[in-house]
Design a protein around this ligand. Sequence first.
Ligand SMILES: Nc1ncnc2c1ncn2[C@@H]1O[C@H](COP(=O)(O)OP(=O)(O)OP(=O)(O)O)[C@@H](O)[C@H]1O
Length: 454
Amino acid sequence: MSEDIQTVGLTEKLKQASILVVDDEPGMRNFMVKTLSPYCKFVAEAKDVASASALLTQNHFDVMILDNMMPDKKGIDWLAEQRAQGGFTDTIMVTAYADLETAIQAIRAGAADFVLKPFRSNQILNAVRRCIQMAQLRRENMLLLRELDTADIGRKRRSQLIGKSKTIAAVRDTLDRVKNVATPILITGASGSGKEVAARHMHVSSSRADMPFVAINCATIPADIIEIELFGHVAAAFPGAVSAREGLLPSARGGTVFLDEVSALNLSAQSALLRVLEDGMVRPVGTERDIQLDLRFVLATSASLSEEVAKGRFREDLLFRINILEIVMPPLNQRETDVIVLAELFLDDISSRLSLPPLVIDPATRAAMLRHTWPGNIRELRNFIERSLIYGHFPHETLSPPAKGQEQIETLEHVEREKILQALELVGGNRSEAARRLGVSRKTIDRKCATWGL
Ligand SMILES: Nc1ncnc2c1ncn2[C@@H]1O[C@H](COP(=O)(O)OP(=O)(O)OP(=O)(O)O)[C@@H](O)[C@H]1O
């Protein structure tokens, strides 16, 4: 990498940084203060560890540059003491003697970097910049973890395939049976039917639960970079790239990879994926070296893969490799009263997340929700609940009746259910009135409603 100060890209962060220089040689201190001052907010200096300690108690410093050979104490020993007392300023050790023992001691004492005397101005500037970048990454990481923790309820929900219906219970049983086998799983089903939730559900109950779950939506990554994203690359693979990057698959090692909308992969990425599925080998772009990976694959699609094969857009051998174990996610309208169970959960979650007053599902809304076909499945239900909480009431008008032109022969039981629910919705959930209008007894309505979980 060039050492020209202009090319190191000194960030805004450096301009905000406060630096403490600790060195007993006045000439050295002067050189560092002069080098750093134009680029940093504030540079203080100390001629020994006693005055450095005093400065550290009075001010916050982002980075400390510490000479190891000080008259009163070795810099490394003093740094170790500082750490033991809770001082965590990122420290760059400066030394004239580059022996391995000193380097090991510096790392153990908690030094972030190590610079050899004599050094040029850009070397010390680069070291400070690296330190600040690392500190920023650590802080961002800590905040992200905290955010994930506070969103824990949402995260748990996304890892639990909730529902009391027979269809969902059957899916849960299958997931439980296959959770620890190495064979790839193919999850099919309409958009929003919970394919990713099912994959997470299986991962958290599998032996890989403590390892990463990496969800990748193949449809949202541009085709020309998908292989780089999945498999990683070395710097030499691209003229403009400054460094190599680990791919998403290697970063999930030991865990589960969820490849959503797998039909969106281009043919070349499909060939590479087939290799990974067959022998567990990943080859980063630009290398001749294969890396062996232990990964569990779950693939999902809302498109029909056999139709994609027929159109020449999906490799037939890949389809054979991935559809050994297929799990079909039932649409929401085939999950009995799960729509109500899920709606109640979403009402709870969303009202507390958005600090909106809670809503209770009244009988007419229940009937309307059970009757609606939910073409957008659970995602549509979630959006409906969020909209309702914002409006402060359930907007029935957005629950349209089934689209015309899609008529099919329905069972009598289904037609009866539709009609009774429609009647209940129209009369605001009043069962006696619905019974009167339908020409049946109130008892019949009660009995039917009980079997539908109303
Ligand atoms: N059983 C469930 N319990 C709780 N939430 C669910 C359940 N199923 C789905 N959801 C929620 O519904 C939404 C859609 O689910 P998910 O993303 O898993 O669907 P999908 O089938 O993978 O969709 P797509 O094909 O569009 O990617 C998410 O907000 C998810 O949290």
